[in-house]
Design a protein around this ligand. Structure first.
Ligand code: SF4
Length: 205
C-alpha cells in the first residue's frame, strides 16, 4: 500500500477545509487542511476513522488540490489524514511550493517519508511502528497519552530526535485519567509541553 503510484496525479481525499491550526507550535495559524484518505495504523481512540478506507473517498487531481489551497491564501497548508505518508507526496508538495505556499505535514511516520515540507508534526503510534526515515525530518513530536505505557513510548521516540525538536504530550480526549497523567508528567519533566486541541474548545473543525 505504501507510496502508491496512483498518487502522482491524484490523491484520495476525505475533505479539504480552511480553518485554523488547533494544535502544536503553529496553534492559531490560518491553515488550509487537506485530509488524505487511507490509514492502517488502527488507533482505538482515532477520531477520523472515516478516513481509514481510501476506496471510500474520491481521487482528486493534485492540480485541483493546489488550486483550492492557492485561492484560500492561507499562512500554512496542512497535509493530514488518515496517514498521508501511505502516498507519495512528492508531486503534491512540489506543486504547492511552486505556488509559494508553506507546507506542513501531520503523520504517524508509519510509512517512508516523501515530499518536501516546511514543518513536520510527528505523532508516533505503538500500534504500527514508525519508519526510520521520519526521525531526521521532525519539527515537533506530539504523543497521545492514554496510559502510563504511552509516556515510556513518548520518551523512547524523543531519544531518536534532535534536542531542539518541540515535545508535546496530548491527553487522549475521553478520559480524565489521561489528563492527570499528562499534567503530572509535564510538571516533573520540563522538556515536555501540554498539547491542547484548541479547535475543539472553540467549536471549529
Ligand atoms: S494514525 Fe491517525 S488516522 Fe490513523 S488510526 Fe491513528 S489517529 Fe487515526
Amino acid at each position: 500500500m505504501a507510496n502508491s503510484s496512483m498518487s502522482q496525479n491524484s490523491l484520495p481525499i476525505v475533505e479539504t477545509f480552511h480553518s485554523m491550526q488547533g494544535e502544536g507550535a503553529w496553534m492559531g495559524a490560518n491553515a488550509f487542511f487537506m485530509r488524505l484518505a487511507g490509514c492502517d495504523v488502527g488507533c482505538p481512540w482515532c477520531d477520523t476513522k472515516m478516513s481509514w478506507n481510501a476506496q471510500k473517498h474520491p481521487q482528486v487531481p493534485i492540480a485541483d488540490l493546489v488550486a483550492q489551497a492557492s485561492s484560500a491564501k492561507p499562512a500554512i497548508v496542512v497535509i493530514t489524514g488518515g496517514e498521508p505518508l501511505m502516498h507519495d507526496l512528492t508531486a503534491l508538495t512540489g506543486q504547492l511550493k511552486e505556488q509559494g505556499l508553506r507546507v506542513h505535514l501531520e503523520t504517524s511516520g508509519a510509512y517512508p517519508y516523501s515530499g518536501s515540507f516546511d514543518w513536520v508534526t510527528f505523532s508516533p503510534k505503538r500500534f504500527k511502528l514508525p519508519h526510520p526515515s521520519i526521525y531526521s525530518q521532525v519539527s515537533e513530536l506530539k504523543v497521545v497519552i492514554k496510559e502510563p505505557l504511552d509516556l515510556a513510548w513518548a520518551e523512547q521516540n524523543a531519544k531518536m530526535l534532535d534536542a531542539q525538536v518541540l515535545k508535546y504530550l496530548q491527553a487522549e480526549w475521553s478520559t480524565n485519567i489521561s489528563k492527570e497523567l499528562v499534567m503530572q508528567y509535564v510538571l516533573r519533566h520540563p522538556a515536555w509541553r501540554v498539547s491542547m486541541q484548541t479547535h475543539k474548545l472553540l467549536g471549529v473543525r
